[in-house]
Ligand binder design. Sequence first.
Ligand SMILES: Cc1cc2nc3c(=O)[nH]c(=O)nc-3n(C[C@H](O)[C@H](O)[C@H](O)COP(=O)(O)OP(=O)(O)OC[C@H]3O[C@@H](n4cnc5c(N)ncnc54)[C@H](O)[C@@H]3O)c2cc1C
Length: 313
Amino acid sequence: MKNRRLSKPIEKMLPHYDVVVIGSGYGGSITASRLSRAGQKVCLLEKGKEYLTGEFPDTQTEAATNMQFNLNNKRIGSKSALYDFWVDDDINVFKGCGLGGTSLVNANVSIRPEKWVFKEKTFPKILQDESENSQSDLEEGYRLAYQMLKPNPYPENFPPLKKMEAHQKGLLHRAFSVFVVNPYGEIMLQRRALTKYHSPGLWTNTCCSHQRAGEETRDAAHRRMKEEMGIDCPMSAAFEFTYRAEFDNGLVEHEYDHVLIGEYNGVAIPNPEEVEEWAFVSISEIEEGINKHPEKYTEWFKIAFPKVKEYLS
Ligand SMILES: Cc1cc2nc3c(=O)[nH]c(=O)nc-3n(C[C@H](O)[C@H](O)[C@H](O)COP(=O)(O)OP(=O)(O)OC[C@H]3O[C@@H](n4cnc5c(N)ncnc54)[C@H](O)[C@@H]3O)c2cc1C
């Protein structure tokens, strides 16, 4: 399953629009959206590329080839490269270039700054004064942002998250991995949602998770398949293996992993909070994918896949 591309090439531009908006960042895209909803015929021009999920550079090498440098009288790299550096005598600027603007490369943090931040002399006096005034436009801005984003931190008086603790300490724990196979010998893979706390956006086996306390592995696998992929199917236990992998975010997976093979030949209706996309993929295509782009697959999948291949043959 592929995501739909939003952008169209410049050749498809019509001869007339009511409004032309330049740039698709926060500013441009919201302006274009509002004008369009108000009945205007809007053209939004973006000089960077559109990145569908899976196309975004996710290794240092890929990032390096997606940079552009604008130096005083010189430029290096493609004009549409994602990471856009401007180096000047008095100020240096880094921004994103692509459909979505700098949000493509920013930290995605939305928090209220500490009070002392606005005390910095570099801020204009008007902002310093605003930060002192509880009725200010700034306060109203925070209120609206909170209302829209609805941030909801994990309450401090709640019990510590056992799953997080296990992953922080690298404790060995039980897990299971389901590999669903169709009659053509293709394996149903999923690409993990971008919001997952580890290995986001990576391709992996059909479904994997942890057994609840006292829960049989098979019951857990059926439960999780429904929750994650929206399907259920006959499954049989295949083998177990242990693996340990450290992730960039400091978490450690150290699992005793039960592998189950499922049989199914239909579509999945995945939960978008868990799964970005899915596909039935042949053994040879998976092998080629792992060889060419190992960084696009989860650690446990790369360990388990050759064992599953051997088991199925
Ligand atoms: C490293 C970094 C981290 C950040 N972290 C955060 C954060 O955590 N939270 C937060 O709220 N903000 C953060 N920001 C700031 C936030 O990303 C910017 O404030 C926001 O993206 C600005 O939106 P914009 O619409 O003004 O411009 P941009 O998002 O920069 O969009 C401008 C767009 O216009 C396009 N464009 C420019 N010229 C042309 C042209 N001539 N023709 C066609 N297209 C053109 C560009 O390619 C770009 O896509 C961060 C910024 C950076 C650099």
